[in-house]
Write a protein that binds this ligand. Structure first.
Ligand code: GDG
Length: 484
């Protein structure tokens, strides 16, 4: 089996993958099984970075090799804060109004990707399979191709793909299309993302769909498919403390857990909860909203703005509706330990997950996974989260419609036990079938297939079972990855 080489902006801690959750669990497994190499930014910045341009630090971890590079202050500012998080992130989440198209950002973005490619080149073996992750690293594949690398190369985008017209608002959209064409396989979270990506290639650079479903873009033939990211339910539940620390509260809780990001729809969520309490006053004193919102990317201006907005909104709603013995919104702007999250999810009657736009949203899956099957809570989920394409038994809402969200809270609170159990059972079955290991092995199997001239049926198509079987056979993965 060929070695796997991963490249992403940040690397994860392979030895503590189970604690981190999400995709890192499956990635750590495959790195261990295929003696993999993982290259990324060390998280450090400094002027010395210029001297260590293509000399990474190496660390051996559970049979995998982790290689990291520092960034210079300028690279951090233009590549990371600038092009990645103030251009690609807002545009891909359909927030053109927040994009900062500043001169110099794009050039540095490509420069950093070239530096990563040059770093990787001497470390590569002829039969390595290369898997590049996320929007920070779009140009990496083409930079490697320019250096003569012919290995199979796949790219997975964790965030949504915007409609073609929005994508084309990025001044460098043609260059981005050219870069994307350097990969053999582009993996996306949803079928809607695939449709947007194909439309983008058609409109932006005259891409053509071929008879076998692949796309001809520039001089290359590439495959675009959806691989929805999942969780590992068992390891997630294992992180729960042996004894619950949750004190039973007289109030029924709605829970929200989102990085403090303008894509997560937090002001709309707070307003919807305030509106619910105004419209249905019998629920006052009986219900609370706990919102855990750890800080991220605070150096990007738009993030400071959203923080201020939320602080004033929660203060306003609590001031207007709260009582001496009841605070309606508990807003926690800090990270919470993972084992506590499981506990909090389990003791919340509603998982309130209402992003304005989200690639997938793993919180929706974690909330369902943590519920007691004999008395489960209800998931209220935004239709604009990638997860809504799979989790049809949730109560699906429009996160821009405060009135509808307020009414849906009431419906969720009043839902009978049998309906809650039925919905929960169906949701858990989907979470188990398409877990984080399925995601990893099906992407890698497809990459193997594409590289050897075959393609597998698409996810969710009639041939799903056949696809699963073929996936396992092709990937030749170890038991945990190939079970299911
Ligand atoms: C990107 C895409 C896609 C959150 N707060 C705390 C905490 N978390 C954990 C959650 C969950 C994870 O972080 C967040 O995952 P999401 O999927 O919700 O969102 P992004 O971070 O935006 O991730 C997204 C994902 O990539 C995977 O492809 O689903 O759409 O944007 O696991 O539980 N964990 C702890 N404390 C916190 O306070 N321990």
């Amino acid at each position: 089996m060929s070695r796997i080489v991963l490249v992403s902006n940040r690397v994860g801690d392979v030895s503590k993958a189970a604690l981190a959750g999400g995709v890192v669990i499956a990635i750590a497994d495959v790195l261990r099984a295929r003696s993999g190499l993982w290259l990324g930014w060390s998280g450090k910045t400094g002027e010395k970075a210029e001297e260590t341009r293509t000399t990474p630090d190496f660390q051996e971890m559970d049979g995998a090799t982790i290689a990291t590079l520092p960034l210079s202050h300028r690279e951090y500012k233009d590549y990371y804060l600038g092009y990645s998080n103030a251009v690609l992130w807002p545009v891909f989440h359909t927030r053109l109004d927040l994009a900062q198209f500043e001169a110099g950002y794009y050039q540095r973005y490509v420069d950093v990707n070239r530096r990563f490619a040059e770093t990787l080149l001497p470390l590569l073996k002829p039969d390595d399979t290369i898997w590049v992750h996320d929007y920070h690293m779009i140009p990496l594949g083409l930079e490697l191709r320019k250096l003569g690398v012919n290995n199979p190369m796949g790219f997975f985008l964790h965030i949504p793909v915007p409609p073609a017209q929005l994508f084309m608002a990025i001044p460098e959209y043609r260059d981005l299309a050219r870069s994307l064409s350097g990969y053999d396989l582009i993996g996306l979270q949803t079928r809607a993302d695939c449709a947007n990506m194909l439309d983008f290639f058609k409109n932006a650079v005259f891409g053509r769909i071929l008879q076998d479903g692949r796309m001809r873009v520039f001089d290359r033939e590439i495959s675009v498919k959806s691989f929805p990211v999942g969780i590992d339910m068992d390891s997630f539940l294992e992180s729960r403390p042996r004894r619950s620390r949750e004190q039973p509260t007289p109030a029924t809780r709605l829970i929200g857990v989102d990085r403090l990001d303008y894509t997560k729809g937090l002001p709309q969520k707070f307003r919807a909860f305030g509106r619910f309490l105004e419209k249905y006053p019998d629920y006052r004193r009986k219900v609370i909203l706990s919102q855990i919102a750890p800080p991220t990317r605070e150096s990007v201006v738009a993030y400071a703005d959203i923080r201020n907005e939320l602080e004033s909104l929660s203060g306003m709603i609590n001031g207007r509706l709260g009582e001496l013995d009841w605070v309606p919104i508990h807003y926690i702007h800090r990270s919470t330990p993972r084992r506590m999250l499981v506990d909090v999810y389990q003791h919340s009657r509603i998982g309130f997950v209402t992003p304005l736009r989200d690639g997938m949203n793993l919180v929706a899956k974690e909330y369902v996974a943590a519920q007691d099957p004999d008395d489960p809570g209800v998931l209220v989920l935004s239709r604009f989260a990638g997860a809504a394409e799979q989790m049809k038994q949730a109560l699906i809402v429009n996160p821009y419609d405060v009135e509808e969200m307020a009414d849906t809270i009431k419906i969720a609170l009043e839902m009978g036990l049998q309906e809650r159990k039925d919905r929960h059972r169906a949701l858990v079955s989907g979470i188990r079938s398409y877990d984080t290991f399925w995601w990893c092995r099906s992407f890698l199997a497809e990459l193997d297939a594409v590289a050897s001239g075959k393609t597998l049926p698409p996810f969710g198509a009639a041939g799903d079972e056949a696809a699963k079987k073929a996936t396992i056979e092709l990937a030749g993965l170890p038991s945990r990855l190939s079970s299911n």
